[in-house]
Structure formats: structure tokens, C-alpha cells
Write a protein that binds this ligand. Structure first.
Ligand code: GCB
Length: 603
């Protein structure tokens, strides 16, 4: 899927701003044929939740309406006009002038619809009905129930089966972009490199309706450096300038669509030349063993909630670079197009995760139960998420396939991989992702602590073992020596089980209240967080096939209410306002001393 751009053949109209907003009263349904009657407004893009001071709106589970008017200038009316939503969380029904024109389910991926046949002269009315409901068929997974009172009034309730607040709304930009009637519809780029000669072979496959397509590759200065052969779709670039972590270099595939020799459409797709491979216990980027240093994150900021916040995105990447970090995971859902494009430009390495979080029916730390070979908690019969999972794997790969920053796909976070049925559920999804990704990136899922080497039933599917562990926090609370022993034992067991699979941590952390200090290193203090990270670092450094550390979490973030959460999850090494806690200093020193490449060489 191409990102909307302006050039001499296309333009982009921006529909962001302040829209009319209304919470649906299901007893008095909205008449979509009439303008929305409301006195409430909401900024778009943003979550609606923290823009209101009315708790009933903030906490409402159900349906919401957004509306605004727009007009298309005469000069554009003969163009193909496409309405595109960067994301609407979690389900959207889109109406123009009271008529439904598209529907999309899945809160973290874009969708679009051609508008031309739905427009009337002059002012048009764009209405979006949004649902924030989640259940056992959706990703993320929610526990849904509803009650009906004596008057027939239905109250819906979603209990998040995951640890972040269920922010909702029109989260990412709304645009109308134009293309000519004959247009370039997609571009797929696959770079390969001959590291002995430094020559890159780049396959660029462009598709377009009714057009003759040609592609030129331009370097970062805009100079043409190669032409794509129309038969093989291949371009050869001698002395290719590689995209490297921390040192991004972007080429552009300049695609031109002509009819009878006349240029009709053009599109510039930026891309990096880099390779990714898992081999003999190493994660190779550009044929060099890479070491991940960084974070699990969230899209989560004050007021905007999960809505796009470009200033925070820029700041977050600057903070990462200042610390010597090189990577993050888009925990627990695909992030905005804008963030992915920024990471391409900044040389930040990304593990791109689907919104498959909450695929478990129980949560405890009964490690003895789960190691039974026939352990079955019923997750894989109770959850009906397969269709949503397949859909989002299609969508995330379709959207992000060309991004140099994306080096691995994470198919799920903390599913019940220890329960019978896990392998049967995941095997076809891994197969699908392997088949769809033109760059054949490595795949993983992120495993929870109960999915130990003895209990995990599907780890054979992953290329990299990505582990979330909380020894010293949820287990061995406050006891770092015990945590160290358990951590070491588990990592040794994984290495023994899979001598050739790289292992990395995708979560480890301790809730820390900024400003709380303790001479005894008590849990929740800044000292404990630092000591916790020191303990983990020591064990990581002993393990030959350990290829990276992504801690939990970059910053404090909002969650649902719960007795373990005081205004959210406090495992950030930055506060929600991005003020550093003490651990930042320790981790910065450590990460500046760890090179991006060659830190671990397999013995
Ligand atoms: C996890 C989850 C993450 C939570 C974290 C925690 O394992 O993947 O979503 O926020 O633990 O802090 O408990």
C-alpha cells in the first residue's frame, strides 16, 4: 500500500482538525442521513478519551460518531479521489452524505476507499461511526460482556485482556489523495547485496492500471544511478551505499507511468539497501552480527492517547539515539506510517508487531502446571481470532514491506504458547507471513515467562527466541540474587535446546516511581530499577547467542485501573513526560559501550 504523497501528478488534502463528536445512545440511534446533532468536538487525529472531562465519555465502551464537511476544488474533480484513514480504533463504518461507503475492522492499520462516485457538488458530509469494542474474535483480545436493564438499555463492557488503556478514536491522519485515472497502484522492493563486490541487485516490481511503467533508482542526492530492467524488474547498483543501523541511507525508486509516451503518473518510494538474515545463532544485518539495544514502547502520550503525536515520535527517537540505543519493537500493534517512515530516515531498527496481544485465558505464575505435556487451558478453542490475525498479517506486510527499518515481524505478544493447540494455531500464520513478505524477514513471537523451554509448544516456529521475563519483579520480587540465578538457568536451558537460534529479550523491567529513592534498593525505587538492569546485563553478557536487549518500557504509559497500576504502568525508564529516571544514566553508559555490530560472536 502506497503512502499518500504530493507530486506533479498527485496531491493530498488534509482532513485533520476538530470534528463533531457524539457518543451513541443506542436507544436513540443516530440518523446518518441527517447532519450529526451534537455540541461536542474532538481533535483528529487523537484518542477521544483524554480530550473530554466527562468520565462517562472517557470510559464509554460501545459506539461513537465523528463528522465533518469537506469540498473538493473543481480542478481536482476529474482525478481519482481516495479517502484514506491511517487508522481508526478499532472498527469504522464510513459514510459520505449519509451513505455507507466502506467498513474496516482492526484499529492499527490504514484503509482507503475511492470517493468519486459518492460525491455531490459543493459541500459533502463525512461521517464515521467508530466502535471501541473488543472480544475473543478481535485483535487485541478483550473480554466482552453486556447487560440489559428493565428498559432495554444495553450496557457494554470491555475488560482489556492486555496491559494498556483501550484508547480509541480516529487515531491517525485522514486524507484525501488524488491520483490520475490511470495510476501506479503498488511498488514492491527487494534489495540483495553481494558483499564481496559491494554491488546491490534491487528488484522493484511496480503495478499500475493501464500504464507502461518504468523505474529509475536515484541516490540520496536525487541523482539517477540505475534503471530497472522492465523484464527482470532488476536494477544493479555498483558500490551500493548501505542502510545501516544509526546510519541510514535512502535511495528512491522513481516510478513513472506513461500512456502513448505521455507521463500520466509518478511515485517516489524511498527504500534502503540492507539485508537481514538469521544464521548460526546470530542476527545478521548487512552480513554483520547485530546486537539490539532498545525498547518495547507504546504509542501513548498525554492528551493524544494513542493518537499520532509526531513531536513525541521525534523526541523519543532523539532520546534513544542519545542513549546509544538502536532499536525498538512496535509493542503491541503496528505503529503509524509516519513513525515507520521516520525510523527509515533515522536508521532505527524496528521489530514490527501485529496487534495479537491477549491471546491467553489465564494469567498466573504456576510454572509447574504449564510444563505438563498435555497442559490445556482452553485458549485455542476459546479464542476465535484466526481470521483477524490473518487479515492483519496481510495488512501489516502490505503496508510495511518496503521499510528498511523493519528487520523482523513479531506475530504475537505473550500468547498461551504453553497450551495444547498453540502450534496448530501459529504454524499456518507463520507460513502465511513467510509467504507474503517479499523480503523474507525473520519471524518471531514474543514469549511470556510461563512459556519456558519445558513448556513452550511452538518455539520451533520462530527464527529468533524473543523473551519477556520479569524475574526480580513478578517473580523473585525484590530478590535480585535469586532473579539472577533463575534468569541464568533459563537462558542456559534455551541455549541448550536451540544452539543455533539467536535469543533476545523483548521485555524485562520493574515498576519505578520517579522520585522514589531507597538506600536499600527497595522495589519501586529508582535504585532498584538500576540494580535490576545491572543484574540482567551481567547474565546477558555471559550468553554467546544472546543478540539483544529491549527493555520494558521506554516510558510510563496509561493502563486500565487495577491494584498493580497507579495511573498506569511505571516500568518506563522515562516518565510519561519523557523525564529520565536514574536507570537512563546506567543504560546509556552500557549501550554506548556496546557496538551495534560484533558484540557477540558465537563460540
Ligand atoms: C508483559 C506484557 C506487557 C506488560 C508488561 C508488564 O509481559 O507484554 O504488555 O505491560 O508485561 O509491565 O507487566
Amino acid at each position: 500500500m502506497l503512502y499518500p504523497v504530493s507530486n506533479t501528478d498527485r496531491t493530498v488534502l488534509d482532513l485533520d482538525g476538530t470534528w463533531k463528536f457524539k457518543v451513541e445512545d443506542e436507544q436513540h440511534p443516530v440518523d446518518v442521513t441527517q447532519p450529526l446533532v451534537t455540541t461536542t468536538f474532538m481533535a483528529v487525529p487523537a484518542s477521544f478519551n483524554d480530550q473530554t472531562v466527562d468520565p462517562a465519555i472517557r470510559q464509554h465502551d460501545g459506539f461513537f460518531w465523528y463528522e465533518r464537511d469537506f469540498s473538493i476544488m473543481h480542478a481536482l474533480q476529474d482525478q481519482r479521489l481516495v479517502l484514506r484513514f491511517g487508522s481508526v480504533t478499532h472498527e469504522a463504518w464510513v459514510f459520505v452524505n449519509g451513505i455507507e461507503i466502506t467498513h474496516h475492522k482492526g484499529g492499527f492499520t490504514p484503509f482507503e476507499v475511492v470517493l468519486n462516485d459518492h460525491l455531490i457538488p459543493g459541500k459533502n458530509r463525512l461521517t464515521v461511526k467508530v466502535s471501541n469494542l473488543l472480544d475473543h474474535t478481535t485483535l487485541p483480545v478483550g473480554n466482552y460482556h453486556e447487560t440489559t436493564d428493565a428498559d432495554g438499555r444495553v450496557t457494554r463492557h470491555v475488560d482489556e485482556n492486555f496491559d494498556f488503556f483501550n484508547y480509541a478514536g480516529i487515531h491517525r491522519p485522514v486524507k484525501i489523495y488524488t491520483t490520475p485515472r490511470h495510476f501506479i497502484s503498488d511498488i514492491t522492493i527487494v534489495p540483495t547485496v553481494d558483499f564481496t563486490t559491494g554491488t546491490a541487485a534491487v528488484t522493484v516490481t511496480a503495478t499500475g492500471e493501464g500504464l507502461d511503467l518504468t523505474t529509475t533508482i536515484c541516490d540520496a542526492a536525487g541523482q539517477a544511478v540505475a534503471t530497472v530492467d522492465p523484464t527482470t524488474h532488476m536494477a544493479t547498483i555498483p558500490h551500493a551505499h548501505l542502510w545501516q543501523p544509526g546510519n541510514a541511507y535512502l535511495y528512491t525508486a522513481h516510478v513513472t507511468g506513461t500512456r502513448s509516451g505521455e507521463v500520466i503518473d509518478q511515485y517516489d518510494e524511498p527504500f534502503g539497501i540492507r539485508t537481514v538474515e538469521v544464521k548460526a545463532g546470530q542476527f545478521l544485518i548487512n552480513n554483520q552480527p547485530f546486537y539490539f539495544k532498545g525498547f518495547g514502547k507504546h504509542e501513548d502520550t498525554y492528551v493524544n492517547g494513542k493518537g499520532l503525536n509526531q513531536a513525541y515520535n521525534v523526541l523519543d527517537i532523539n532520546l534513544m539515539k542519545q542513549m546509544g540505543a538502536n532499536s525498538f519493537r512496535t509493542s503491541h500493534y503496528p505503529y503509524s506510517d509516519e513513525m515507520m517512515r521516520l525510523c527509515d530516515r533515522e536508521g532505527i531498527v524496528v521489530i514490527d508487531e501485529t496487534p495479537a496481544v491477549g491471546l491467553m485465558t489465564r494469567f498466573d505464575f504456576n510454572m509447574d502446571a504449564v510444563v505438563q505435556p498435555d497442559f490445556n487451558d482452553g485458549t485455542w478453542t476459546k479464542m476465535k481470532t484466526e481470521a483477524a490475525h490473518r487479515q492483519v498479517i496481510h495488512e501489516i506486510i502490505d503496508r510495511d514491506k518496503n521499510h528498511a527499518c523493519v528487520v523482523m515481524w513479531s506475530i504475537a505478544n505473550e500468547a498461551a504458547n504453553y497450551s495444547l493447540g498453540a502450534h496448530e494455531y501459529f504454524a499456518p500464520l507463520f507460513q502465511l507471513a513467510r509467504q507474503l513478505d517479499p523480503q523474507k524477514r525473520p519471524l518471531t513471537y514474543v514469549g511470556e515467562i510461563q512459556a519456558s523451554p519445558a513448556a513452550d509448544k511452538s518455539s520451533d516456529l520462530v527464527d529468533v527466541l524473543a523473551l519477556n521475563r520479569y524475574y526480580g519483579w513478578y517473580l523473585d520480587t525484590g530478590d535480585l540474587p535469586a532473579a539472577e540465578t533463575h534468569l541464568r538457568a533459563e537462558l542456559q536451558a534455551w541455549q541448550k535446546l536451540y544452539p543455533d537460534k539467536p535469543i533476545m529479550f523483548t521485555e524485562y523491567g520493574a515498576d519505578t516511581i520517579a522520585g522514589v529513592h531507597s538506600a536499600y534498593g527497595e522495589p519501586f525505587s529508582e535504585e532498584y530499577q538500576t540494580d535490576y538492569y545491572r543484574t540482567y546485563s551481567k547474565v546477558f553478557d555471559e550468553m554467546p547467542s544472546f543478540v539483544g536487549e529491549q527493555l520494558w518500557n521506554f516510558a510510563d504509559f496509561q493502563t486500565k485501573f487495577g491494584i498493580q497500576r497507579v495511573q498506569g504502568n511505571k516500568k518506563g525508564i522515562f516518565t510519561r513526560a519523557r523525564e529520565p529516571k536514574q536507570a537512563v544514566q546506567y543504560l546509556s553508559e552500557r549501550w554506548h559501550n556496546i557496538p551495534d555490530f560484533g558484540y557477540k560472536t558465537k563460540k
